[in-house]
Structures are given as C-alpha cells and as structure tokens.
Design a protein around this ligand. Structure first.
Ligand code: A3P
Length: 300
C-alpha cells in the first residue's frame, strides 16, 4: 500500500523559560531575534494588542489606528510599520514608531509578553473552532513562510489541538490572558464574536478602556469617529485593501470573516475534541468554558 508522506509546516523553534519544550514561531526569525524582541521594555502608555493568531488582530489593528489618527490607513501606509508585530518585526520596528502612543501587536503567551502596569493590553479572543479553521487556511496560504501548500486539515488539526503550531497553544494563550483581564485593570478581553455582533459597542468599550480622551474623541459630534471606524473596518471595506500578502487568489488574507465557518472543515469527532479541551480549561479556569455560550446557536 502506498504510504502518504505527511508534510509539516516549517517553523523556527525557540526556547523560553516559561515554556516546557520548544515554542514555534514563523520561520522568519531566529532565537537571537526572538530574544531581542521580547526584551523590549514596555513603557507607560504603550498599547499592546495581544491575540492568538487568526482571532481578529488585523481588524482591531485597523480600528485602533483609526481611533489614533481619526481616519483609515492610507494606501501607502503599512500596517507592520504603523503597528509592528513585536516578535516578528523586532524591537527596532517598535522603537521606530514615532507617534505616541506606540501600538504593538503580539501573539506571545502572557508570561512572555513585556509587562508594565502602566501599559494597556487588549486581548482579542475567538472561539477555537473558527480560529482553527482560519489558522489552517492561513498556514496553507502563506507558502513562503510555511511551505505547507499541500497540507491536510486532519494533520494540521492534530498540531492545533496539541498546541504545536506557531505561537503555541490556543488554550494556554486564551485562558491566561482571560484570567489576567479579571485581575488587572490594564488588561481588556474582547471576543471576536462580540465585535461581529456589536462593533459600535465593542469599539467604544475599547476606547473607554484606553481612557477618557479616547472615549471623548470617538463619541464627539454624535459618535462621528466611532461610526467612521466601524464603517472603514467592515469586512467589505477592509477587503479592498492590499495587504501585500503573497497568497493564492482563492485564499485571500481576509478570507470570510464569519462565525461558524468551522462547520465546513472540522469533523464531528474533531469538534468534540475541541469541546473536551474547553471543558478541561473550564475545570482549571472556571467560566472560561462558558465564554462562547451566548453564541451556541451560531457555533453548533
Ligand atoms: P477567517 O479566516 O475566518 O475569515 P488575524 O487578523 O488575527 O489573522 O485574523 C484573521 C481572521 O479575522 C480571518 O478570519 C479574517 O477574515 C477575519 N477578519 C479580518 N478582518 C475582519 C473584519 N473586518 N470583520 C470580520 N472578520 C475579519
């Protein structure tokens, strides 16, 4: 019988004292680059956007920049320059952001993330099943990073469920940031699904978390800026932008942007294994497993 050779996404593996074993990151950096990036000293006023991959990072980056500048990104402005990704773009990219406050994207686990009680941390989380589906298409589509164009979901699911993809384990990431959001007033936890249903309410909550001047700015003139941000960060409007992402036409960077697309990919048994992981997480962190209950209809 012919045996299928299973391909693996290509990652760089780095070590960190808070992680047992190795931590995978996209293959564009090295242990030295990673160590240098995470040695960044967070400063008062810094705004960190902390997400597990595929949970709505780009959406909220655009919204935050929209609130900062009062307009959408111009065609010639690049997201990774205006809002660098700490562990990939590096410390210089962060230092090069001249307009304060600095906005910094990261997929780092809580224990790896530069901490300052006077920085703000916004964590955006998404239900794991849609995140897993999105992560698969992301990994297959970025061929220059992962070389996984012939990857199969059934194989990739095993990596996802055991936390062996880049940026580590969904459950480690999402539970710890959730706990911190309950303990620390400078950590806000936002659900992708809440953003989908009520972008006005959630963007306002983000602005209020950032401080009175942000809330005043977005609500001035009858919510003028808030409405504009919701409008220019709609999936349709964001899809018009060129993300300079070298991807096949059928797998654009902004793919579908919906709740429940996982049903087209995960099998019943894979879905049950994710449910089981959620239940286990709930035993360790009571309440975490209920976070998406209000979207049960969309997710079942
Ligand atoms: P899908 O692959 O399910 O479509 P990240 O930016 O963290 O990589 O997350 C990417 C996911 O967020 C993708 O999900 C993408 O389509 C979705 N997304 C990006 N912008 C969005 C928007 N404005 N509205 C809804 N979903 C959006």
């Amino acid at each position: 019988m012919e045996r299928r050779v299973r391909s693996m996404p290509v990652y760089t593996y780095v070590s960190h004292p808070s992680v047992d074993g190795l931590y995978a990151i996209p293959s564009v950096t090295t242990q030295e680059g990673f160590d240098a990036a995470i040695s960044y000293q967070a400063r008062p006023g810094d705004i960190f956007l902390c997400t597990y991959p595929k949970c709505g990072t780009t959406w909220v980056q655009n919204a935050l920049l929209g609130m900062k500048y009062g307009r959408p990104l111009a065609k010639n402005e690049k997201l990774d320059i205006m809002f660098p990704h700490l562990e990939l773009d590096g410390i210089d990219a962060v230092e090069n952001v001249e307009d304060l406050p600095r906005m910094i994207k990261t997929h780092l686990l809580f224990d790896m993330t530069p901490w300052n009680p006077q920085s703000k941390y916004i964590c955006v989380a998404r239900n794991p099943k849609d995140c897993f589906a999105s992560f698969f298409y992301h990994t297959v589509g970025f061929t220059h990073l992962y070389h996984y164009e012939d990857g199969k979901f059934d194989d990739f699911f095993e990596l996802l469920i055991s936390g062996k993809v880049d940026s580590g384990d969904f459950f480690d990431f999402s539970t710890k940031w959730w706990v911190m959001s309950k303990e620390k007033s400078n950590v806000l936890y936002v659900l992708y699904e809440d953003l989908k249903y009520d972008p006005h309410g959630e963007f306002l909550r983000i602005a209020q978390f950032l401080g009175d001047e942000w809330a005043d700015k977005v609500t001035k003139n009858g919510n003028e800026l808030l409405d504009a941000v919701v409008n220019f960060t709609s999936f349709k409007n964001m899809s018009q932008r060129d993300y300079h992402a070298p991807r096949p036409a059928e797998l654009p960077f902004l793919r579908k942007g919906v709740i429940g697309d996982w049903k087209n990919l995960l099998t019943k048994s894979q879905s049950e294994r994710v449910d089981e992981k959620m239940e286990q997480s709930g035993k360790k962190y009571p309440g975490f497993n209920k976070l998406w209950d209000k979207y049960a209809e969309d997710l079942k």
